[in-house]
Write a protein that binds this ligand. Structure first.
Ligand SMILES: NC(=O)c1ccc[n+]([C@@H]2O[C@H](COP(=O)([O-])OP(=O)(O)OC[C@H]3O[C@@H](n4cnc5c(N)ncnc54)[C@H](OP(=O)(O)O)[C@@H]3O)[C@@H](O)[C@H]2O)c1
Length: 184
């Protein structure tokens, strides 16, 4: 059964983007010794994200103007975008739109992932919706040496230590990577 894994960079005070949806605080961290995401990506059969995250990636990487880059980032994996709107898709990219209850999309996501896992890219509220649906299995955080004071929250839910078990701690350059399993 595919696992649903929320893997995100975060500030020390629990934000994944500033109030203007900027990740400047993340890109300011020295890259030396940083994490290689290729192993993680290899284990993912599907990506799922909210529309703000999707539109940010399109803008940041100019993917509508340079659609060939999509394949380089994601290969043939489908990306499911939760939205109530019609959004553009880079030429040739496998982007599928969904809306409504997360629980209604779980079987489709599991089938698309096959024998690999599902990367819940974010944002935090969408990851919270997966938690609410009982479908968040793991949280992997790369904690950057920065605070923001405000912004897009990492996981805006109340989740106690009875539900989260720290299973791994690793250092990558200036990042602490924390891995938690979500207990039922
Ligand atoms: N630090 C990191 O590693 C990291 C990781 C991921 C994201 N980010 C950044 O963090 C920010 C995330 O922002 P966010 O949390 O506000 O947004 P988000 O989850 O990316 O997108 C939220 C939007 O998705 C749509 N949506 C969410 N749930 C839905 C549902 N069940 N059905 C239909 N549509 C649904 C809604 O928009 P519409 O219906 O209007 O389309 C909603 O406003 C972005 O700036 C992103 O770039 C950072």
């Amino acid at each position: 059964m595919p696992k649903f894994i929320y893997n995100s960079a975060t500030t020390l005070d629990g934000y994944i983007a500033d109030a203007d949806d900027s990740l400047d605080w993340l890109f300011a961290v020295p890259e030396e010794g940083g994490e290689d995401m290729s192993g993680f990506m290899h284990a993912m059969g599907v990506l799922v994200e909210g529309s703000t995250t999707y539109e940010w990636v399109l803008r940041q990487e100019r993917l509508l103007e340079e659609p060939a880059k999509w394949q380089g980032f994601y290969g043939d994996r489908p990306t499911y975008v939760f939205t109530t709107r019609e959004l553009p898709v880079p030429d040739g990219a496998d982007v599928r739109f969904v809306s409504g209850e997360v629980s209604a999309a779980l079987n489709v996501l599991r089938a698309a992932a096959g024998d690999r896992d599902v990367w819940v890219v974010g944002g935090g509220e969408l990851a919270g919706q997966f938690f609410d649906a009982g479908a968040l299995d793991r949280v992997i955080l790369s904690v950057a040496p920065a605070t923001l004071g405000a912004g897009a929250p990492l996981l805006p839910r109340r989740i106690g230590p009875d539900r989260l078990e720290l299973v791994d701690v690793t250092r990558f350059g200036q990042f602490a990577r924390l891995t938690y399993d979500v207990r039922t």
